[in-house]
Design a binder for this molecule. Structure first.
Ligand SMILES: Nc1ncnc2c1ncn2[C@@H]1O[C@H](COP(=O)(O)OP(=O)(O)OP(=O)(O)O)[C@@H](O)[C@H]1O
Ligand SMILES: [Mg+2]
Length: 712
């Protein structure tokens, strides 16, 4: 089937032809035959690189161009939502589609979304939006759920599962298009979301899977290929072999530390010829973050044609690295699994260093088949190579067999609902009650029936789960049971709309009703003790000193250890996290924070993102806790300080758009104390401040003047 034969808008057809695409891939054709363009729900479980996401893109545009309604594109990761948004604007920019990317800020129904046709977002953000019951929701006629196998993920799975259940009840007539390359129980999932299943093993670019052992790659088809083993190291030899052959390699490792060390070894020993553009990028990396040791490291690596890629890097650094790999400036990337989902990179060969991963507290565990298939699927993407290769490394003959059996010839695991944990369940049950503004027993039954969990757990377990959750929600005054109806209280609504765990709210209220005066430390500790806050990892050598600090700081904490049911090690991890936040709001330089807590700037960003959200939620909760009103201005100030990482005197300056902690400090040191000072001083004086160029000075000035005129 040709794209030109599809019942698409002629302008869209021209676009497709302009991208050099002519013929549909067979799985795409099958999805269309099953009614994708006639509004049918479809679950597409077909190979990596078989054009699923691309087909979703076309369907989205067609839906909008035919005036059927809005489209929501959902992805598990911000980076993927962002990439899709960029694709829409890059390839279809002149079609006048109103496309928007929205992530973060969980406390709004975002009325502006009313004006957009295509909304690219994450599962979390959409879940938070739905709780506000926005007016525009009923105009959504197509929901695209990319990478739906994330249902099996501990963290994102329940978000997605509950979101799907709510949407099925709220907008039952909108079309669902769900995609994944790796679902073991595709029939079950299709039946759950009431979709037709499209399944196929066809791949546009052949993927040769194999195992490396003693100098040879043994392929699935029986071929055996000798590799030049001049480095006597499997990875070096495999990478060298790929590059000598004119290809690029992507190596997946299981820890960041390994990604960094292996990329250094590769850079040192392979001694690749420099590529044009490498020096320029290497220079650019020298100023790519506030952490100069990291910049230096990346800069050196990149000039040797190699880089690592993990979540400790900033988003911009990661994007630059991916781009450089696409442009051929980098020949090798050593990545952690964060690079595994959905991306199109020119990797001819994917090498998977180990099929085991260290899990804290559990020891080594085998990776999932699903993960392996996603890693492998990054090789051989259309438009880049004629074929792709995915290679595992064995250490014994036994392992060769085992890797073939488990991974290469294995099928991805069945997707199992992760909603069964009481901790998760109560949050989503509350969200359902809030979304529907109270329901009776039958209403609860309706929700349960829409969950995957309903099909995967016993009736007895489900009943217990509901009873326990309702009990907690009623005791915490989030819900009241009256006349057979479960009604959310004002507090319950507040908490669901703030997108926090009800426990965070309970802790906050308990903390403030004790009448203790909060301090900088005690608020940071309150944030750190929220179940919504990820914790910094504990190292065994820190235990003793953290234990001392625990004794010392205990009197200052708003909640004693007995106020919450937590384990000793958790208490230490919370304390460490609180110290990190305290350093952050006291302007300890990022470099120092990274060294002290063993983090990258990307980690700081993601911890601070969560912390800012919780700081904001605590501030909002304080409005409704008697006795906490006294502290509102302190909490306001601390919320800004957490978000921006500044001391008290910089709160005002840091509220200027595009002014972070470093520039705010420079402005302050140059004599500016307030926005008024800036408005009065003028652009020329601003430009004399280090790091403030023409464009930024203009922006700051117009912001300051507007503020000034609003005041008068
Ligand atoms: N019919 C087609 N002809 C040529 N190229 C295509 C066609 N369909 C898609 N492509 C291209 O193939 C590449 C892979 O497509 P896409 O990213 O949609 O795959 P996918 O199935 O979503 O993969 P993954 O499971 O890894 O997310 C993209 O660069 C896309 O533009
Ligand atoms: Mg995809």
């Amino acid at each position: 089937m040709l794209f030109s034969e599809l019942p698409l808008h002629s302008v869209l057809k021209k676009k497709i032809a302009g991208r050099g695409l002519r013929e549909l891939y067979p799985p795409q054709e099958e999805a269309i035959k099953k009614g994708l363009f006639e509004g049918k729900n479809i679950l597409m479980v077909t190979q990596t690189a078989s054009g699923k996401t691309f087909l979703a893109e076309l369907l989205a545009i067609d839906t909008v161009m035919k005036g059927k309604g809005k489209v929501v594109y959902l992805s598990p990761l911000k980076a993927l939502a962002d990439e899709k948004f960029r694709d829409f604007t890059l390839y279809y920019g002149d079609l006048n589609l109103r496309t928007i990317l929205t992530v973060g800020n969980y406390d709004s129904d975002e009325p502006r979304l009313e004006r957009y046709d295509i909304i690219c977002t994450t599962y979390e953000k959409m879940d938070s939006l739905v709780r506000h019951r926005p007016n525009w929701l009923e105009k959504v006629s197509l929901l695209i759920i990319d990478e739906i196998h994330y249902l099996d993920d501990e963290k994102r799975g329940p978000v997605l599962e509950s979101l799907i259940a709510n949407l099925k009840l709220m907008i039952p007539n909108s079309q669902l298009f769900a995609l994944s390359a790796t679902v073991g129980n595709s029939e079950e999932i299709a039946s759950w979301i009431e979709a037709e299943l499209v399944e196929s093993n066809w791949r546009p670019v052949p993927l040769r899977e194999g195992v490396f052992f003693r100098g040879k790659v043994i392929y699935r088809d029986g071929d055996v290929e000798k590799i030049n083993t001049k480095y006597s190291s499997p990875i070096l030899d495999l990478v060298n072999d790929t590059i000598t052959d004119g290809g690029q390699a992507l190596v997946f490792v299981n820890s960041r530390r390994r990604a960094v060390s292996l990329s250094k070894i590769l850079a040192d020993r392979l001694e690749l010829d420099p590529v044009e553009g490498a020096e320029e990028l290497s220079e650019k990396m020298r100023n790519s973050s506030e952490v100069s040791s990291l910049n230096e490291e990346l800069s050196q690596l990149i000039s040797s044609g190699v880089s690592y890629h993990h979540a400790g890097l900033t988003v911009e650094q990661r994007r630059e690295i991916e781009k450089a790999f696409r442009n051929g400036i980098l020949k090798v990337i050593v990545a952690t699994p964060t690079l595994a989902a959905g991306v199109n990179l020119p990797a001819r060969r994917v090498i998977i260093e180990s099929s085991e991963r260290y899990v804290a507290g559990e020891g080594s565990e085998p990776i999932k088949v699903l993960e392996y298939k996603q890693f492998a699927g990054r090789a051989g993407r259309p438009g880049f190579d004629e074929y792709g290769e995915a290679i595992l490394i064995a250490r014994s003959t036994y392992e060769v067999e085992d890797l073939f059996k488990t991974y290469i010839n294995g099928s991805p695991e069945k997707i199992r609902s992760k909603m069964g944990s009481p901790l998760k369940f109560r949050t989503y049950l509350l969200s359902y009650l809030v979304t529907f503004n109270g329901v009776n027993e039958e209403g609860i039954e309706r929700y349960l029936e829409k969950l995957l969990l309903f099909r995967q757990t016993s009736e007895k377990k489900l009943k217990e789960l509901v009873e326990d959750s309702l009990k907690m929600l009623i005791e915490g005054n989030f819900v009241i049971a009256t006349g057979g109806t479960y009604l959310p209280t004002e507090l319950g609504k507040y908490v669901a709309e703030l997108y926090i765990d009800p426990l965070t709210a309970l802790y906050t209220m308990r903390a403030f009703t004790k009448g203790k005066r909060p301090t900088e430390f005690s608020i940071m500790h309150l944030i750190a003790s929220s179940p919504d806050m990820p914790k910094l990892r504990l190292k065994s050598r820190e235990m003793v000193s953290l234990d001392d600090s625990l004794m010392q700081y205990l009197p200052e904490m708003l909640l004693g250890l007995q106020d919450r049911d937590i384990e000793y090690e958790e208490a230490l991890a919370e304390l460490k996290t609180a110290f990190f936040l305290l350093d952050w709001i006291n302007e300890v330089p990022e470099q120092e924070i990274c060294d002290k807590y063993d983090l990258g700037p990307g980690d700081i960003y993601s911890f601070i993102e969560s912390a800012s959200w919780i700081a904001y939620a605590i501030r909002r909760l304080a409005e409704i806790v008697p006795g906490a009103k006294l502290y509102l201005s302190l909490l306001d100030e601390l919320a800004v300080r957490v978000e921006k990482g500044v001391k008290r005197e910089l709160v005002e300056l840091a509220s200027i758009p595009n002014i972070g902690r470093v520039r705010a400090r420079r402005l302050y040191n140059a004599g500016f104390r307030t926005i008024d000072d800036i408005a009065k001083a003028g652009e020329e004086r601003l430009k004399r401040v280090e790091g403030i160029g023409d464009a930024l000075a203009k922006g700051i000035m117009s912001f300051a003047l507007k503020k000034l005129s609003n005041k008068s």
